[in-house]
Design a protein around this ligand. Sequence first.
Ligand code: IMP
Length: 185
Amino acid sequence: MIAFVTTNEGKYREVSAILADAGVNIVREDRSYPEIQADRLEKVVRFAATVLDDQIRGDYLIDDSGLFLDAFGGFPGVYSSYVHKRLGNPGLLKLLQDAKTRAATFETVFLLRQGGSHEVFHGECRGTIAAGERGTGGFGFDPIFVPEGAAKTFAEMTVTEKNRVSHRARAVAALLAHLRGPKQP
Ligand code: IMP
């Protein structure tokens, strides 16, 4: 059994839906951990693991994600949580008002601690920032992010629809490939 350590119910809903379909059971561990300021998401999860290793007995999974805007050289990226708290989606839309491009990438980095070792998995999703907020589903920046090839924002999609294309779903696919191990010849 893997504990998904997150205070974010939305993340848990997305990840557990895919893993349940794949026959992998997880439980939610609703606990926060230190998130350092670093230039890469991977450093954030690697530091968090040094703390959680002493607090959690069995296997666990953590998720750090961010929204990287092309117009601002990737900002807010690793600062996404702070920016979302301070500016919210309306503030981000304002910042983008005169931007040359509304292209953006969502990224997720997972860290799995299993049997004493740490494995990291990445997932990303290209898209654009909508002109305004749309939809009531999901969380965070979901109402303003339209994934490439879609007309709806993540917040206008069901969990199943978001899971077909999202950064987090791609990280889950990489995690699943690891859990299943190398293919037999
Ligand atoms: P963190 O991974 O919880 O640090 O997320 C950073 C910020 O990005 C928070 O404000 C989250 O709400 C937001 N965020 C993370 N993943 C997603 C997502 O899949 N959709 C929309 N916002 C997200």
